[in-house]
Design a protein around this ligand. Structure first.
Ligand SMILES: *[C@@H]1O[C@H](CO)[C@@H](O)[C@H](O)[C@H]1NC(C)=O
Ligand SMILES: *[C@@H]1O[C@H](CO)[C@@H](O)[C@H](O)[C@H]1NC(C)=O
Ligand SMILES: *[C@@H]1O[C@H](CO)[C@@H](O)[C@H](O)[C@H]1NC(C)=O
Ligand SMILES: *[C@@H]1O[C@H](CO)[C@@H](O)[C@H](O)[C@H]1NC(C)=O
Ligand SMILES: *[C@@H]1O[C@H](CO)[C@@H](O)[C@H](O)[C@H]1NC(C)=O
Length: 361
């Protein structure tokens, strides 16, 4: 008797839920987040690769819920997680390589980003999921959704979802001698940036052709100020050549985005510039509680950047006053500040609209 009454209640709930969730709104899916790029966005894809570029060990994730080393390149939440939170998604989209089955009914999106990836397939080749390969995976995901809800609804869903991209930092690092691949250095910085921009243009177009319309594009950081490059300077100063490349890249990328918007119907974007945001954060470091802006929290040697953070390293005790977690990656504290700027800030850090305005459109 009790059992059948419980069944009955469960039955009503299921029917009610069915009516609310599926009859009221058809099969339309809630906008989600599709993430492509490199380590600033990777939430664990590289765990599934045979690669040196992998951080699924303690002390990575020391400030993540449960202290779990998820494969995020940081001490806790990363940019992706703050984007998901600010968008009001229930969870940060999972790594593509962790998904055995794609349930569109519950999706908050998919994360294709892979530590080490660059615009050029040659960047850290064989050690990451190249950006072009990430787009193939995005394509496969779109097809998987089509199978479940049909092409029309799928394109509606993709066009309302956020396409988050951060790519280029590793190409800039490789040009400056950091990475696991070498490039032909016979080009000038200008020629190299030309090559990056002309290579990324058709890839962004591919994503548009797969239905992407709302783009959150994150530019290059002040790569010359990463501890790994500072540590190579006799003076310990930022590497001016690498910073020049970052600035040039951001300028060209921003103008490429303007072109895409004027040439492709419905293409909308918000460009976040982590270079200018870093400079601002540096200038106002005391206000933000950052007392250590040069030395990495985890690592050893000069600026804690000549011996990488590894499983036996005991990191610094205060991570909220450090800008850098390891020799290449920011702390959680910086990711939070950056995404606050991306969502609520303005030119020159985020434009032509901020991410909040993009999400309101
Ligand atoms: C998603 O929900 C629909 C409608 O209830 C259902 O027909 C479909 O089987 C569900 N798909 C999955 C993968 O659970
Ligand atoms: C997506 O994959 C299909 C094959 O499944 C292919 O024909 C198409 O060119 C791909 N699109 C992009 C943008 O890569
Ligand atoms: C860490 O540093 C911040 C900023 O300097 C400071 O406010 C905070 O009290 C420190 N936390 C600990 C546990 O020492
Ligand atoms: C790991 O880091 C420690 C310093 O924290 C260093 O002494 C040790 O040599 C490193 N191990 C490897 C394999 O690099
Ligand atoms: C440098 O790294 C060590 C771990 O190797 C850590 O204990 C120390 O606090 C770090 N220094 C700074 C200034 O963060």
């Amino acid at each position: 008797m009790v059992a059948s009454s419980v069944h009955c209640h469960v039955g009503y709930l299921v029917i009610l839920c069915f009516l609310l969730c599926f009859c009221g709104f058809g099969h339309a899916l809630y906008p989600a987040m599709y993430v492509l790029g490199a380590s600033q966005l990777d939430v664990g894809n590289n765990n599934y690769l045979a690669t040196l570029i992998k951080v699924n060990f303690h002390p990575y994730g020391i400030d993540f819920p449960g202290g779990e080393a998820t494969g995020r390149f940081g001490n806790g939440n990363i940019i992706t997680d703050y984007l998901a939170k600010n968008f009001g998604l229930e969870a940060s989209p999972k790594p593509y390589l962790s998904l055995s089955f794609f349930n569109t009914n519950k999706t908050t999106g998919v994360n294709f980003a892979s530590g080490g990836a660059g615009i050029l397939d040659s960047t850290n080749k064989g050690l990451c999921i190249a950006f072009s390969k990430q787009i193939d995976y995005f394509n496969a995901t779109v097809e998987a959704i089509v199978k479940q809800i049909g092409r029309g609804e799928t394109y509606k869903h993709i066009s309302k979802s956020f396409i988050v991209i951060n790519i280029g930092n590793n190409d800039i690092l490789v040009y400056n001698g950091v990475g696991f691949s070498s490039i032909e250095l016979n080009g000038t910085p200008e020629q190299y940036v030309d090559q990056l921009i002309s290579s990324v243009q058709p890839l962004l177009k591919d994503i548009y052709n797969l239905g992407g319309r709302k783009f959150v594009i994150i530019g290059a950081g002040a790569q010359g100020c990463l501890p790994i490059l500072r540590a190579r300077q006799a003076t310990g100063d930022c590497n001016g050549d690498a910073n020049y490349l970052s600035r040039l890249f951001n300028k060209r990328l921003a103008s490429l985005l303007r072109d895409l918007q004027s040439n492709f119907i419905g293409f909308q974007y918000s460009f976040f510039n982590p270079y200018t945001a870093f400079v601002e954060l540096y200038i106002n470091r005391r206000k933000n509680g950052f007392t250590e802006v040069k030395v990495a929290c985890c690592g050893a040697g000069n600026l804690n950047a000549t011996i990488p953070c590894n499983a036996t390293t005991i990191p610094c005790s205060n991570r909220t006053n450090h800008v850098f977690w390891d020799s290449v990656h920011n702390t959680e504290a910086v990711a939070r500040v950056f995404m606050n700027i991306a969502f609520r800030g303005s030119y020159p850090h985020v434009y032509p609209i901020n991410v909040k305005q993009l999400s309101d459109q």
